[in-house]
Design a binder for this molecule. Structure first.
Ligand code: FAD
Length: 422
């Protein structure tokens, strides 16, 4: 049996580790010159990011994980740290150690980009290019596991007047250090983990920080008063921005923390899947191409701890790939997927939210265990997520000061007030 894995980020590595338990004929294709995906090596701290928006790393100098260390850990390897929210260099080293420990390095082809995956009656053809010398080649496989990530291609909404705005404009992917904004008036757009973290960092250096988003009113003290809350942007002028409430503010820089768009251009139509709005259609359990279930996607569901999630997906994938368990019929898989999508619609969600888990994470991961007939994920994981998510949302300035840990399958939470009193 021959298996191809596309991408050597966290998803590709965990998939490789699990495959290696029963099969040695697998290749991991990585288009960059190093492993780690989003956590890969980057230019040295302090230096400017790569001009190329795709090549450039999303890691900024002061980036610590926004989720507890136990949520960026795989089975079989721990971090050597007492800290709960670790610097990105720790995750970078962890993934390298993981690849070494589980003997994955010899399977990884660096600088090798897959530009086409197609179904050829009874097997998969992978067309790839060596990014160093431009040479192209092809190889055939029984299974293809797509671990290409979905935080690579920046999403910058098409704002009126943006091209006329003369100040600094950048996506969060190219943000590096608050020092670059000393005494400036900066607008941060978007309130995801990056937007929130970057806006708070900027307060130490910038003259003024405006924080634009369409979420609930945050002027309830959860953010510092000098972080000025603003509604959505209506338009930009030469040196100012006008918000939906018609207030206008002069600004020197805007940082778009507006997320990423998905890209699966290398997946041929013959694969039976289709890219919708931030969603891949025709997947069973958000993983298996229903038309050709030997094509598997890892790492797409969002709004839960990613590492445990992809490890659970990998566990199911190997049950199927190794033939220990069979998937349901095509009709049943379509039914299941339709029901998942309808549930989201019933809750008023749009297609771009169909990959979101949050409160559905427990059911989703248990569903993977049921199909693969292996153990359920530990309850402590969901307890940790619920507590963490509440703290992240409601106490954005202190959530990283608390202690969150899973010890002997039990979740332990210690608020920082308790930690400081010892
Ligand atoms: C700034 C930032 C902070 C984050 N912080 C956290 C955090 O605190 N906690 C957390 O759990 N998650 C965090 N994440 C999410 C993070 O993306 C996941 O933790 C994890 O890295 C996803 O791994 P992945 O392998 O699925 O994707 P990626 O890390 O994106 O890896 C995909 C790999 O596939 C390669 N690839 C893509 N297409 C091809 C192709 N055609 N041919 C060959 N190779 C290809 C890419 O080069 C890349 O190496 C953060 C993300 C960002 C951007």
């Amino acid at each position: 049996m021959r298996i191809a894995i596309i991408g050597a980020g966290a998803s590709g590595l965990v998939m490789g580790r699990h495959i290696k338990t029963f099969c040695s004929e697998f290749d991991i294709y990585e288009r960059r010159n190093c492993i780690g995906g989003n956590w890969r090596d980057r230019e040295s701290p302090g230096s400017p990011p790569d001009e190329d928006m795709i090549a450039c790393s999303p890691l900024y100098d002061l980036l610590r994980t926004n989720t507890p260390v136990d949520s960026v850990t795989f089975d079989g390897l721990n971090y050597d740290t007492e800290e709960c929210f670790i610097h990105w260099t720790d995750v970078n080293k962890y993934l390298k150690d993981y690849a070494n420990k589980f003997g994955l390095t010899e399977h990884i082809f660096l600088d090798t980009e897959v530009f086409n995956v197609s179904w050829t009656d009874n097997e998969w053809r992978i067309n790839f290019r060596n990014n160093l010398n431009g040479e192209i080649d092809e190889k055939y496989y029984n299974f293809v596991i797509v671990c290409n990530g979905h935080e690579e291609y920046p999403n910058i909404p098409d704002y009126e007047g943006l091209s006329e705005f003369k100040g600094i404009k950048l996506h969060s992917k190219r943000y590096r250090n608050p020092k670059h904004y000393k005494n400036q008036r900066v607008l941060v757009i978007g309130v995801g983990p990056s937007g929130s973290d970057i806006a708070l960092q900027l307060l130490s250096e910038a003259d003024t920080v405006y924080f634009s988003h369409h979420h609930e009113d945050f002027s309830d003290g959860r953010y510092p008063a000098n972080l000025i809350q603003k509604p959505d942007v209506k338009k930009f002028n030469n040196n100012s921005v006008i918000f939906e409430d018609d207030t206008e503010c002069e600004i020197d820089a805007v940082i778009f923390c507006t997320g990423y768009v998905h890209n699966i251009d290398f997946i041929d139509k013959s694969c039976g899947v289709e890219l919708g709005e931030k969603y891949i259609r025709n997947l069973y359990k958000q993983m298996f191409s229903i038309e050709h279930p030997s094509l598997i996607f890892i790492g797409y569901p969002r709004l839960f701890f990613i590492f445990p999630l992809i490890e659970w997906q990998a566990k199911l994938a190997i049950k199927i790939v190794s033939g220990q368990v069979a998937l349901p019929s095509k009709e049943e898989m379509y039914e299941d997927t339709k029901a998942w999508e309808q549930n989201h619609r019933n809750e008023g969600k749009k297609e771009r939210q169909f990959f979101e888990l949050k409160t559905l994470a427990r059911d989703y991961m248990r569903g993977l265990s049921e199909v693969g007939r292996f153990e359920y994920p530990p309850e402590a994981l969901f307890d940790m997520f619920n507590t963490y998510f509440y703290q992240f949302k409601n106490h954005p300035t202190v959530f990283k000061k608390h202690f969150y840990k899973i010890v002997n399958s039990e979740f332990i939470f210690k608020p920082c007030s308790e930690l400081n009193s010892h």
